[in-house]
Design a binder for this molecule. Structure first.
Ligand SMILES: Nc1ncnc2c1ncn2[C@@H]1O[C@H](COP(=O)(O)OP(=O)(O)O)[C@@H](O)[C@H]1O
Ligand SMILES: [Mg+2]
Length: 340
């Protein structure tokens, strides 16, 4: 089996290449952005491509290329079941509900009048989300009926840019104060009030739907569990100060005793139903109830490097370093061998 790897910075690809080199797995670098990508892949059995939600090119064609390759019989990472719901909390609501996952009550409306009459009789606070975006950027608390109605009217009129400049500059300031970024990052944040990032310009405005979710109150953290078929690892993310949002906070704990084994078991069960090659699930809690918020096949690899071990499918803990990027390759090769 020969694997084509779309190589780019800040992605899984550098780890994939290292693993192929170390294990003498045939591979070659390919460039999915070029018109001749199918020709480039003609001597390959598989494509691995760590697509990103904020890449303006990949938004335009990544899924179409991936599904075409699948149709032609090539193996791909990510495959259809792994990626169709990626960066799409609308899709994820239906998927999670369909598989009986414990998702907080979630309302998506495609009509202004329906949304407004719901807002009239529901209680607050609620959580408002756009379908795309990560790191809590497009997730907001709605404290009042008035605020909800304002968001609903906007959703059915001009819509929302998928890049929230005010939230973003606040976040840049928080990270700057933590000493984790420089002044340039703040300047870029300001400039983006005038010129939004390329992905936001390409994606266009989010409109014609509005998404609200029940707030699961009192969580000082969320738990993210990444399942790569029969192995899983986890991080605990503390919420930002005076905030309910954990993802993207950069305040992360890794020790095993931070994780509840029942949540690990639930993550394995959900990932099996979703049938994804890599499934990162976010969890919050209320009393003895566990809720799943969303899923994503992709993650920032550096954030997970300090993980202190992983669980296998029997929930046995394996302490020490591990290489989930190698697991992705091994699983792809295995799936290719299984095709009969
Ligand atoms: N319904 C909810 N109840 C409580 N906390 C929530 C809820 N939805 C989101 N959060 C918090 O907000 C963060 C971001 O929400 P999430 O839906 O995971 O979006 P993102 O894609 O930005 O990570 C989560 O990490 C969690 O801490
Ligand atoms: Mg999240």
């Amino acid at each position: 089996m020969k694997i084509g790897i779309h190589y780019k910075d800040n992605s899984f690809s550098e780890r994939w290449v290292e693993y192929c080199v170390e294990n003498k797995i045939p591979w070659k670098k390919v460039d999915c952005y070029r018109n001749d990508i199918l020709k480039q892949l003609s001597d390959c059995d598989a494509l691995m491509w760590h697509i990103h939600q904020n890449n303006p090119k990949e938004i335009l064609f990544a899924r179409q290329l991936i599904y075409s390759l699948m149709t032609s019989g090539k193996k791909v990472f990510p495959d259809f079941k792994t990626v169709w719901h990626f960066d799409d909390k609308v899709g994820q609501k239906y998927l999670l509900e369909a598989i009986g996952a414990p998702i907080p009550d979630t309302w998506i409306f495609y009509s202004k009048s329906e949304a407004l009459s719901w807002a009239e009789q529901t209680s607050f606070p609620k959580v408002f989300k756009l379908r795309g975006g990560g790191g809590s950027q497009n997730v907001r608390l709605v404290q009042s009926r008035l605020e909800a109605k304002r968001l609903i009217r906007k959703a059915f009129k001009g819509g929302f840019l998928p890049y929230y400049a005010i939230g973003n500059i606040k976040e840049r300031w928080r990270v700057y104060k933590m000493g984790k970024t420089g002044i340039i990052d703040l300047i870029v944040g300001l400039a983006r009030f005038v010129i939004p990032p390329a992905f936001a310009r390409i994606r266009g405005r989010e409109k014609g739907y509005v998404y609200f979710q029940e707030l699961i109150p009192g969580n000082s953290y969320d738990i993210r569990i990444v399942v790569i078929r029969d192995k899983a690892f986890a991080i605990k993310r503390m919420v930002r100060k005076n905030d309910f949002r954990a993802s993207g906070s950069g305040l992360i704990l890794y020790e095993k005793d931070n994780f509840d084994i029942d949540t690990v078991k639930l993550a394995f069960e959900l990932a099996e139903k979703i049938d994804g090659q890599s499934v990162a699930l976010d969890f919050v809690y209320s009393g003895n109830k566990t809720y799943v918020l969303e899923l994503s096949f992709g993650f920032i690899k550096e954030v997970y490097d300090p993980c202190t071990g992983y669980w296998d499918r029997n929930l046995t803990w394996h302490p020490g370093q591990f290489n989930p990027y190698g697991w992705m390759i091994d699983n792809l090769i295995k799936s290719s061998n299984n095709k009969g």
